[in-house]
Design a protein around this ligand. Sequence first.
Ligand code: XMP
Ligand code: MG
Length: 186
Amino acid sequence: MNPDQISHDLKSILLTEEQIQAKIRELAAEVEKDYEGRDLLLVGVLKGAIMVMADFARALNRHVEMDWVAYSSYGSGTRSSGVVRILKDLDTDITDRHVLIVEDIVDTGLTLSWLVANLRSRGPASVEICTLLRKPEATRMSVPVKYVGFDIPDEFVVGYGLDYAEKYRNLRCVGTLAPHVYQTSG
Ligand code: XMP
Ligand code: MG
């Protein structure tokens, strides 16, 4: 399938590759300044954050370490419940480390709040969150998100790591899906 065929499945493009890359450079500059003189461990949340992590880490003009977590949240349908099962834990001991969680999207923030509490219990120097996208409900989250790329409407989006049935992660843009996609994949 070539990229044109993939974009045929999109109803609209919410964020172009250029907009995303410009924002990532902005976030990286902010993080560089905030963490000057301190070590930094980026923790990516699999699988959605792979693209953000790859571009964000390379936009940082400083040393960083990268680690990954994967968890599944038990939820009804598309909504997460905040009840979490760890599929892959950190390889790194984060005691006294400055941890920056790298996320693709924060929706309700339930699973992310759980992750922050879980990481904080391990005695890190600090835990902050950087997300490319944030949906409106996330503003009610108890845990503040320090670095936000874009506030987007409450619509299901795909691309740049975000999937529908594991597809569309490899799109360079972020967009919404055309109705025919939902109709044919049953
Ligand atoms: P909560 O609600 O805990 O869940 O913040 C965040 C996770 O829900 C998924 N999610 C989406 N995935 N398009 C996606 O492909 C979306 O529009 C979307 N909204 C939420 C995603 O896994 C995220 O990490
Ligand atoms: Mg995610």
